[in-house]
Design a protein around this ligand. Sequence first.
Ligand SMILES: [Zn+2]
Length: 365
Amino acid sequence: MTQAVVGSRKKKWLISIIVSQPLLIVLLVLMLIGLFITVFWVPFLLFSEKGDFDLGSGANYSWWSAPTKVNANGQPYLWPVPTVRYMTSGYMDSVDRDAAHLGIDIASEQGASNTELQPIYSMAAGKVVVAGSASGYGVMVSIDHGGGLVSIYGHLETALHVRPGDQVEQGQLLGRIGKGKVGRSTGPHLHFQVELNGVAVPPLDYVQPPTNVVPTELAYKKMNISLMQEWLGKRNSALANAEILGEIDRAGQSQNISPYLLIAITGQEQSFVPKDGNHADLIVKNPWNVFGCWCSGQGATLTTGESAIIAAKTIVKLSQNRPAGADPISWLNDPSNPQGVYAEHRGWYLGVSQFFKSILADVAS
Ligand SMILES: [Zn+2]
C-alpha cells in the first residue's frame, strides 16, 4: 500500500517535470543524440577518405585527442614531417587481406611533388639503430629512445643524415621522404611507426600533426626559370640569373614552399636586389634578411641557396596554427602568431602579397 502510493507520486512528479520543463527534456534528448554521434561516428571519420579533409582552409583535427605520451623531459614528442600533416593510411588500417598496418602513412594532399624529399626529423632524442635498407620499408631509420620505445621512419630517400650508432636530438634531421612510388604504395610517403617493447602502438598517442601547415597556394610549385629570369631582368634584378633561380627553386622544393613566394619576399625586403645598387653582390646572397640582415653576423655568411632554405623553413614554421579564414601571407607577420613574425611591420604582408600576385599572374600562369 505504502509502496504503491510512493510509486504513483513518483510518476506524477515525473509528468509534472515534463510538462513544466519542456526545454530541459529537449536538452536531454539533444545530449543523448550528441553522445551517440561521438561514440559511433568519430571512429569512422578518423581515417576516412581524403576528400573529407579540407586542409587548405585552416580546418583542424579538434576531434583528435591530444597525444597522451610525453618525452623524457615532459615535453611533447615531435611530428616527424613539419611540412606535411595529411595521413593517407592510419594505424591498423588493413593494407592486405591478412596484415594490418602497423604505422601511419604521411603524404601531402597536394601531391607527389609536395611530398617527395620533404625533411624528416626525429620525434625524440635517442640512438640510431637502423639507417639504411630494410625489407618492406625500402630505406628506413629506426631510433631507440630508451625505455623500450622505438620510432621507425620508412620509405626514405637513399641519402640519409644519420648512421647506426649516432646519438640524435629531438628534432634532428634524419633524411627525406623518398621519390616516386615506393613498394606497394601509389606514391611517395613516410611510413611512421612507434613500437613499445617490440610491439607496434598507435603513433597518434605520441605525436599529433600540426594544426595547420603551408596552404596549397603557398606550397611548392616548380619554377619556370626562364620566365622568372626574364621578369626579374625587366626589374634590373641581380636575381635574374638561372643558376641563382635554380638554387631558390631547390630551396623551395626542399621545404614545400613556392619559390615564387620566396622571390616575392625579396621584392618586399630588398626591391628584388637592384643590380646596380650598393652591395648588390652581398645582398643577393641573403635577400630574405634571414638572421636579421644580409649585412652582419650569421646573415652575412650564407649563400643564396642557404638563406633561401632558412627563409622557407621560417615560412613553414610561421604557417602553423593559422586560424581558420586567416590570410596565409598575413599570418606570417600577424602579431598574434604564437610562432613569431617574419617582419614586425604589418605593411610587410601587403607588399609580399602584391608581388606574389604579380609573379603568379606573369610567370606562373
Ligand atoms: Zn605504411
